[in-house]
Design a protein around this ligand. Structure first.
Ligand SMILES: NC(=O)C1=CN([C@@H]2O[C@H](COP(=O)(O)OP(=O)(O)OC[C@H]3O[C@@H](n4cnc5c(N)ncnc54)[C@H](OP(=O)(O)O)[C@@H]3O)[C@@H](O)[C@H]2O)C=CC1
Ligand SMILES: O=C1O[C@H](COP(=O)(O)O)[C@@H](O)[C@H](O)[C@H]1O
Length: 498
């Protein structure tokens, strides 16, 4: 049953003064509140080391909400639900004080012991916080308890296993919500509906009719202030292990027998298990890495990655990854899934291009018509919608063909912006729906796939930089497809409105 309102809840937000809280969490919570979805019986304890009074913290939340242009009406009322506790998560002595405030607010808001622990802080603290929450009795509550964990979940399979064991000592798998914010994006959630609610797609969704699938995630930004984090992770761990593999699993999964969390997850896991493993010696055949040099973005010269703050001037970290993934099962054998993701690329874009196989015979070649392959383009961002590329007859006394596009844009239907990914994910957490969060098995299989690639790359110094900022990555990424007789569809020409 779908609940429209969220239950009474106390949220303990660790990392309350951080970038994520400010840019995503407060505006999303506000949106839920403003729409009347959030119960009045909610309170947030913001937690960070610095010293702030409740009032100072409320102003912090207010600033964040105002910066993102949220309507003013209810801000004053909204921020009364926020409280601050100065607390170092590594200092055992301060948990008792925090517990005192949690118990007090639980009573004041009649939260029935329902608790969400949101760890919006550096992953190095995830294990410590989870264990301390148990040790100091926070998890000993009569209501529900949920642990929300941001990425990255580990650095490789063995560190992820270790982290998982620590967390599982305090929370059951069902109580853990591992955030992958791509799963909150409107059109990512739409992949299943497009596939499973349309008779015209599902019969074609296999290796008999699809020749290849391409997923491009481009960012024009560089690493900004996150050089320290990024140096350690690179694009493979930052984007491929989680977001890109999640999209692949949604595109490739079998129809679940029911639309329940467990059934959907179980089908996604099967895809990740079926990924053709890449041995270290073969990594160069399937994967390409890149790092941006100087270049021009938006008419302005931007620095090379190695010139960014907190980045090693000889860094071997990749800011771009392209890869060819094969799925060893009946449906997908022989169909490459190409992925590419990078910083400082030509456009901020996230698109999926499903290329269908050519028809067996072109009846129209005598008229000089070379038929274009049918494409289904799923626009995830910045535009949201789908485009189907077809061939039709040119108007007039001719049998020549011409390509046309059938467009659906979310904007034209819903009129207003679709909710931010974090708004939807927070709503799901409050209602206890874990469908759009990553199960441990998905995390483990993803690391298992990615680890040989990162190991191979760590062993060999790359010839970086190898692409100029403002492009779509190194030449080798194009060659990856050329070897199979394909090319990257020019993503900037595939917009809905073109
Ligand atoms: N920012 C983003 O866009 C995204 C972030 N993430 C993930 O979200 C998490 C948070 O990232 P982000 O907000 O950028 O991080 P920030 O570095 O901006 O914020 C860290 C927060 O943790 C607090 N903090 C640090 N050390 C301690 C401590 N020992 N005890 C208590 N509080 C502490 C800081 O406050 P104080 O210094 O006062 O203690 C601050 O509030 C990370 O896991 C990140 O990978 C995921 C996707 C996107
Ligand atoms: O998780 C991450 O995602 C962002 C890109 O997110 P998007 O919603 O703007 O596509 C990326 O910039 C960041 O490096 C990564 O950690």
């Amino acid at each position: 049953m779908i609940q429209t309102n969220t239950p009474a809840t106390l949220v303990l937000l660790f990392g309350a003064t951080g970038d994520l809280a400010k840019r995503k969490l407060y505006p999303s919570l506000y949106n839920l509140y403003e729409k009347g979805i959030l119960s009045e019986q909610f309170a947030v304890i913001g937690i960070a080391r610095r010293r702030l009074t409740h009032e100072q913290y409320r102003n912090w939340v207010k600033d964040s909400v105002e910066t993102f242009g949220m309507p003013q009406e209810k801000i004053g009322k909204f921020i009364r639900h926020f409280y601050f506790q100065s607390h170092d998560v590594t200092d055992e002595n301060s948990y008792r004080e925090l517990k005192g405030l949690a118990d007090e607010l639980d009573e004041k808001y009649a939260a029935n012991g329902n608790r969400i622990f949101y760890l919006a802080m550096s992953p190095e603290f995830f294990g410590t916080v989870a264990e301390s929450l148990k040790e100091y009795g926070f998890t000993d509550t009569k209501g529900f308890k949920r642990l929300v964990i941001e990425k990255p979940f580990g650095w490789d399979l063995s560190s992820a296993v270790e982290l998982n064991e620590r967390i599982r000592s305090a929370f059951s798998e069902k109580e853990i919500y591992r955030i992958d914010h791509y799963l909150g994006k409107e059109m990512v959630q739409n992949i299943e509906v497009i596939r499973f609610a349309n008779a015209i797609f599902e019969p074609l969704w296999n290796n008999r009719y699809i020749s290849n699938i391409q997923i491009t995630s481009g960012e024009t930004l560089g690493v900004e202030e996150r050089g320290r984090y990024y140096e350690k992770n690179g694009a493979l761990r930052d984007m491929v292990q989680n977001h890109m593999l999640q999209i692949v699993s949604l595109l490739a999964m079998e129809p679940p027998i029911r639309l329940t969390t467990d059934e959907i997850r179980s089908e996604k896991v099967k895809v990740l298990r079926a990924l053709h493993p890449i041995e270290k010696k073969d990594v160069h055949k399937y994967f390409v890495r890149g790092q941006y040099g100087r270049g021009i973005i938006g008419g302005k010269e931007v620095p090379a990655y190695r010139e960014e703050p907190m980045v090693d001037p000889n860094s071997n970290t990749e800011t771009f990854v392209a890869g060819k993934l094969m799925i060893d099962n009946f449906r997908w054998a022989g169909v490459p899934f190409y992925i590419r993701t990078g910083k400082r690329m030509q456009a901020k874009t996230l698109k999926i291009v499903v290329q269908f196989k050519d028809i067996p015979m072109n009846l129209y070649y005598r008229n000089g018509s070379s038929l274009n392959p049918n494409l289904l383009v799923i626009h995830i961002q910045p535009e949201e919608g789908i485009t189907l590329h077809l061939n039709v007859k040119k108007s007039g006394r001719t049998m020549e063909t011409t390509p046309v596009k059938l467009n659906f844009s979310n904007k034209n239907v819903d009129g207003i912006n679709t909710p931010e990914a974090y708004e939807k994910l927070l709503y799901d957490i409050l209602r206890g729906d874990a469908t759009n969060f990553t199960h441990w098995d998905e995390v483990a299989y993803s690391w298992n796939f990615v680890d040989p690639i990162s190991e191979a790359w760590a062993e060999e110094k790359a010839d970086f930089p190898n692409y100029a900022a403002g492009t779509f990555g190194p030449k080798a990424a194009d060659e990856l497809l050329q070897r199979d007789g394909f090319f990257w569809w020019p993503i900037t020409n595939l917009n809905i409105d073109d």
